[in-house]
Design a protein around this ligand. Sequence first.
Ligand code: CA
Length: 235
Amino acid sequence: MTNNRYKILVIEDEENLAAVLSTLLEGAGYQPIRAGTCALALTLYASHRPDLALLDLGLPDADGMRFLREVRRENRTPVIVLSARANERDKVEALDAGANDYVTKPFSSAELLARIRSALRTFGPQEGRKPGAKFVLGDLRIDYEARRVCIRSQDVRLTQTEYNIVAFLSEHCGKMMTYSAIAKGVWGYFDEGCVKRLQVNMANIRRKFGVRLGENRYIANELGVGYRMNGERDE
Ligand code: CA
């Protein structure tokens, strides 16, 4: 059975608050997943691929910033920091490290839900990546919810970064995306090293897709500019 509800990872060690948050999220139609430690949060993050994370910074085993940094190395899943720490420096540090929003405790339920809606709208899955959505281009098929790519019904084993690049290009299919746009979409930032990293990942993707050198099947390359996923979106 397909579950079309957004998954929200609730990283909070205070049992009472975690229970209140879970009930609130369920009531609003989300699917909460609870983690009381940073280690468990990272494990559940990898296995459940939530659409958003609510992150308490004061966790028993590590600073919540560790979770944020780990997640940001791979992708841009929206993270809203929930914290009792109200000072500017913590806030700036969390936002610089890639948090999408910061809510200081205590907060109202209505305000938190509004921030979640806004984060999902602005930073969450794009149109084509809503839970349950699929992308088809000839014999290439992407199942966004399962984070799976198939060619001629055969699974293509991509790393997380490779998958994120392919998914990002498919969302903008038919459009040439610059190195900088892809890097920002995949890693959340762009610097000199990103072009090289992109090229290395792209070479692996093309090899796994069975595309020969100089061939532009699925993904076209414009040297010095960027990449484009071919064709039109075909739901
Ligand atoms: Ca705490």
